[in-house]
Design a protein around this ligand. Structure first.
Ligand SMILES: Cc1cc2nc3c(=O)[nH]c(=O)nc-3n(C[C@H](O)[C@H](O)[C@H](O)COP(=O)(O)OP(=O)(O)OC[C@H]3O[C@@H](n4cnc5c(N)ncnc54)[C@H](O)[C@@H]3O)c2cc1C
Ligand code: SF4
Length: 436
């Protein structure tokens, strides 16, 4: 799964633990009974167990414990909001610093990546065929577990490389593409056929998959960033945040990047676009968010990181118009909003600032047509599933961001991995017993 080298865009957000720190951290673990950290991990990694193994020098055992529970264990070690999950539940908090679980997880999985060994093998062939639509964290996790259960799996991925947003969407100083590609390679090594450059719906029809496979997992994620719906948006210098980050990651440069960048949005994607702009050389980068700081969906540690990179924040403000000059962005007209959280514009409060680029990072659209093609019931493009990831269609399951509804927690890699695992378990039950 070769790709041209991606650009690091500077030092990693968090340096790996030094060898001595690994020993100190691993030996701080109290091996709690019914460990709260494990319960707080969406994939249920047996955290005390992997930490014990690190402490006793068994790195392969530690890596196995992690990757067994989480096929995206190397990516998650870098991108999980650990303060909200495992580390937030550590019994040491709030009296002492939590054990640095994410960094210990990175230590073990980095070792495995360097070692190169395969940890798992395919199950006894079941004679059943499963198609997975989308090769991101959810699709790859489903494929990995289905292969371990003995099913013959084909992943259809429309991009040139697998990994989804882990490969193309998350900035390289938080998640290098090489880590995501290594995880995809572990799935391929189990005999999974990962067909890249094939979009379901155009390259291959949904009906074809339904005819040829015993079960389908839809794991297509979400789509592009929607338009702001304001004048001037088609000018040069206006970017979809995902395109922007992808360019930065693949090419190490973004054409037409000026000195002053305005990022519209208050979530993880906006933070990544803002810090990437800084690292690409923009001198002034400001995030504009329509509500107060307390309503931003970006995690506190990310906001802190963005501040440390020199990103500025303006709250309670929405874009009204992009000012253009000869087809390029020249400024941004903004209007202040009510501080009561309603995001209602305040009449007469508009003002204009000079900017060279506008990056929109206001969420992602949905793949409603793809769900329609499989006859899957959805709500505004969000696949409707039960707890076992079953859709209304008996042979069709859905996992990851495509079934993630706004207000139901955070769209995260670790959640996508867990939903993929659940879909695999349900499909296995369905294929073996006829019931999920
Ligand atoms: C900028 C950014 C930063 C983020 N930061 C974090 C973070 O720090 N921590 C965290 O936990 N999460 C983070 N996330 C969220 C995380 O990336 C997602 O929740 C996760 O990737 C969802 O996995 P998925 O497999 O459902 O979707 P995706 O990763 O989107 O993968 C879906 C795949 O399906 C493919 N596909 C789509 N349509 C088709 C089709 N018709 N045919 C074939 N293939 C198709 C796509 O090309 C893609 O490869 C971030 C997201 C973004 C955008
Ligand atoms: S996968 Fe994420 S939440 Fe689970 S233990 Fe690892 S870092 Fe913590």
């Amino acid at each position: 799964m070769a790709m041209k080298p991606t650009f690091a865009l500077g030092p990693p957000m968090a340096e790996p633990l030094a060898p001595l720190d690994v020993i100190v951290e691993a030996n701080r673990c109290l091996n709690c009974y019914d460990a709260p950290c494990t319960r707080a991990c969406p994939t249920g990694i047996d955290i005390p167990r992997f930490i014990r193994r690190i402490a006793s020098g068994d790195k392969a055992g530690a890596a196995r414990t992690i990757m067994d529970a989480n096929p995206m264990g190397a990516s998650c070690a870098r991108v999980c909001p650990t303060e909200e999950l495992c580390e937030g539940a550590c019994v040491y908090t709030p009296d002492a610093p939590a054990i640095r679980i994410g960094q210990l997880q990175q230590h073990a999985t980095d070792w495995l990546m360097a070692d190169g060994r395969a940890l798992f093998s395919p199950g006894t062939p079941s004679g059943k065929r499963v198609a997975v639509v989308g090769g991101g964290p959810a699709g790859l996790s489903a494929a990995r577990d289905l292969a371990r259960l003995g099913h013959q799996v084909t992943v259809f991925e429309r991009d040139d490389l697998p990994g989804g947003l882990n490969t193309y969407g998350i900035v390289p100083y938080r998640l290098p593409a090489e880590v995501a590609l290594w995880e995809a390679e572990q799935v391929r090594r189990l005999g999974v056929d990962i067909r890249t450059g094939v979009a379901v719906g155009t390259g291959v029809a949904a009906a074809e998959l339904l005819a040829e496979y015993d079960a389908i997992v839809i794991a297509c994620g979400m789509g592009r960033v929607p338009h702001l719906g304001i004048p001037g948006e088609d000018a040069g210098g206006v970017w979809d945040a995902l395109d922007f980050i992808r360019r930065a990651k693949e090419d190490g440069a973004v054409p037409g990047l000026g000195d002053t960048v305005a990022v519209i949005g208050g979530g993880n994607t906006a933070i990544d676009a803002a810090t990437a702009s800084k690292r690409l050389g923009a001198s002034s980068v400001t995030m504009f968010y329509r509500r107060g700081a307390e309503r931003m969906t970006a995690y506190a540690f990310e906001i802190e990181f963005a501040r440390s990179e020199g990103v500025e924040f303006r709250h309670c403000v929405i874009p009204k118009r992009i000012v253009t000059n000869e087809g390029r962005v020249a400024g941004l007209e903004l209007i202040r909003t009510d501080t009561d959280g309603s995001a209602r514009p305040i009449p007469g409060s508009a003002y204009t600032i000079p900017v060279d680029n506008v990056i929109r990072a206001i969420g992602q659209s949905r793949f409603a047509a793809l769900l329609d093609a499989f006859g899957v019931i959805h709500e505004h493009g969000v696949a409707v599933v039960d707890d076992d990831m079953r859709t209304n269609q008996p042979r069709v399951f859905a996992a990851g961001d495509c079934m993630f509804r706004a207000g139901a927690g955070d769209a995260m890699v670790v959640e996508a991995a867990e939903r993929g695992k659940t879909a695999a378990r349900s499909i296995d039950a369905f294929l073996r017993e006829g019931t999920a």
